[in-house]
Design a protein around this ligand. Structure first.
Ligand code: SF4
Length: 222
């Protein structure tokens, strides 16, 4: 997609999708930076509802890095069991807490580089924390954003991290604030994973996957 097509794509997304409204779904119920990074760490390969259950259980036991380190790894693992991979995640949480205490004076860093330097925090988590906790205009790439970007041709990258970098480079400035929301809302309502609603889609004249498949866009392979 060239710059003019990308601009037009976001213009239509802005016209059709609600964006960053007070009722838009997002992890904004976790404005506390420590809770936000821990939630992100727990969300890997976990459904939202299971992540939320694990976060609630864990933060009933501890709310700060120091309190968290008073729990044993087994106690943390037991609390976060609903989100899966709980032994590995419990270890990562303890490493994260050590890093915050020893390297960041107990303060969650506000830069992408600082966040990605924390144990267990990758680009997606860093971008989510920056957007939802620190209110930066960043388009975090989750599974919906990745799928929509690759199908439409907004970006065409093999990984979520490369997609995030391409979005940062190519998305018009005016679209950065709500872009994450528009793409997720579009991915959940029109460009569905298994059965995208291509015939009625307001982007089908711009969409690379639509033109490449004659309108029979398959579900993602992975
Ligand atoms: S035409 Fe189909 S694949 Fe392309 S953006 Fe629309 S719903 Fe998605």
């Amino acid at each position: 997609m060239d710059a003019a097509e990308r601009e037009e794509t976001f213009r239509r997304l802005a016209a059709h999708m609600p964006g960053r409204t007070p009722t838009a779904k997002g992890p904004k119920d976790q404005p506390d930076p420590f809770r936000s990074v821990v939630s992100c760490l727990l969300s890997a390969q976990s459904r939202d509802v299971n992540t939320a259950a694990a976060v609630t259980a864990l933060f009933q036991l501890a709310r700060t890095p120091d309190d968290m380190l008073r729990l044993s790894e087994a106690e943390i693992a037991a609390a976060i069991k609903p989100c899966g991979l709980y032994n590995m995640k419990a270890r990562s949480i303890r490493r994260l807490c050590h890093a915050l205490i020893e390297e960041h004076d107990r303060v969650v860093p506000q830069t992408r580089e600082g966040l990605m330097g924390l144990p267990g925090i990758g680009r997606k988590c860093a971008d989510i924390v920056m957007s939802f906790t620190f209110d930066e205009d960043v388009i975090a790439v989750d599974t919906h954003v990745f799928r929509v970007c690759n199908r439409t041709g907004i970006t065409q990258e093999r990984t979520a991290d490369k997609t995030a970098a391409a979005l940062e480079r190519d998305v018009p400035d005016w679209a950065r604030r709500d872009g994450h929301f528009w793409l997720i809302q579009f991915g959940k309502s029109v460009c569905l994973s298994r059965r995208p609603r291509c015939e009625s889609c307001f982007l089908n004249d711009l969409c690379r996957a639509f033109s490449a498949t004659g309108g029979v866009v398959p579900p993602p392979s992975a």
